[in-house]
Ligand binder design. Structure first.
Ligand code: VAH
Length: 313
């Protein structure tokens, strides 16, 4: 199997590339990058510069390595997307359509597309958000994810392209920092707690959002991609859930390890985005169709984050 990970330098892409190489062999996973990386990272396995705005660029890499599977993770996240909506549209939608068209033309066996809880909006039920419900995202990022889900379902039905997707919650990890998301506070808080014992959070303490630790997110992705096609009943994007917690809950958990840690909240423009998203997600379809179960709760994630960050910082 030859796998291409587009967006392999991002928070999710970097860890998914590591996990795929561990599972399928370094030489069978090609890292699609859009920026130069340190030499030691480039030595880990094959890599290619991929420009999602160019079908030629995509086709050349696919044909050079005889790619069978594509993980398309390149995206502009919510906060950056509100600062540059045109770029978010270009990358998140036109880039996705380029990938889907090149995948059909080159008979790619399987494609993964990351959606997000950002595909929900202010009129979506906030608690235990159902798989099928009102979806009125009011961010460019969120609407590109919702449109992307529908595009994937269209390509599955019209061209029989086996494209699969999950609606990730906010992802928390220590190996690669996130870039430009609204949920980035849930990562930055750990770094600052260890470095300076203080953090100014850009959303209110009572803000509750669905979150997931990266090991769970990577495992969910691989489990979905390995599931028998006939078991999958959702071809837009599966709701995926692990933990929901408030900033207050997170501060309390961190203080168990760092009692002197203090956190002020000074909401900025990202509060409005966070307020438009659900507080908790019903992922019963994922649990029924392909056996999804999360493993990390807030306590287990916080312990692992702090233990590992201590060795890095
Ligand atoms: C963001 N981390 O904040 C992403 C994610 C649910 C949020 O999609 O934009």
């Amino acid at each position: 199997m030859k796998i291409l990970v587009i967006g392999s330098t991002g928070q999710l892409g970097s860890e998914l590339t590591l996990a795929l190489r561990k599972k399928y062999g370094d030489q069978n996973v090609i890292a699609g990058i859009n920026k130069t990386l340190p030499a030691e990272e480039l030595k880990r396995g094959p890599y290619e510069f991929v420009d999602v705005s160019s079908r030629e660029s995509l086709k050349n890499v696919i044909q050079k390595y005889q790619i069978n599977v594509i993980y398309h993770l390149a995206a502009i996240l919510s906060a950056v997307g509100e600062k540059n909506p045109e770029l978010a549209w270009q990358v998140n939608i036109l880039g996705l359509k380029n990938v889907l068209d090149v995948a059909v033309a080159n008979k790619i066996e399987r494609v993964f597309f990351p959606s997000s809880i950002a595909a929900f909006g202010p009129n979506t039920p906030k608690e235990k958000t159902p798989q099928y419900t009102a979806m009125d995202p009011n961010t460019m990022y969120g609407l590109t994810k919702l449109a992307g889900e529908l595009l994937c379902q269209y390509y599955f039905k019209k061209y029989q392209l086996d494209v699969r997707s999950v609606r990730y919650p906010g992802l928390i990890s220590y190996k690669t920092q996130p870039g430009g998301g609204t949920t980035d506070y849930a990562v930055a808080i750990f770094y600052e707690a260890l470095k300076t014992k203080s953090y100014t959070c850009f959303v209110r303490q009572d803000t509750v959002l669905p979150m997931m630790y990266m090991p769970d997110a990577v495992r969910a992705t691989l489990e979905l991609m390995e599931a028998p096609s006939e078991k999958l009943t959702v071809r837009t994007s599966y709701n995926l859930s692990a933990i929901s917690f408030s900033v207050k809950d997170l501060i309390k958990e961190i203080k168990k390890y760092l009692p002197d840690f203090c956190c002020e909240c000074s909401p900025d423009h990202r509060q409005t985005i966070a307020d438009s998203w659900p507080k908790s997600i019903d992922d019963s379809y994922a649990r029924r169709d392909w056996g999804w179960r999360h493993e990390y709760d807030l306590a287990k994630m916080s312990e692992d984050m702090l233990k590992n960050l201590k060795n890095i910082l």
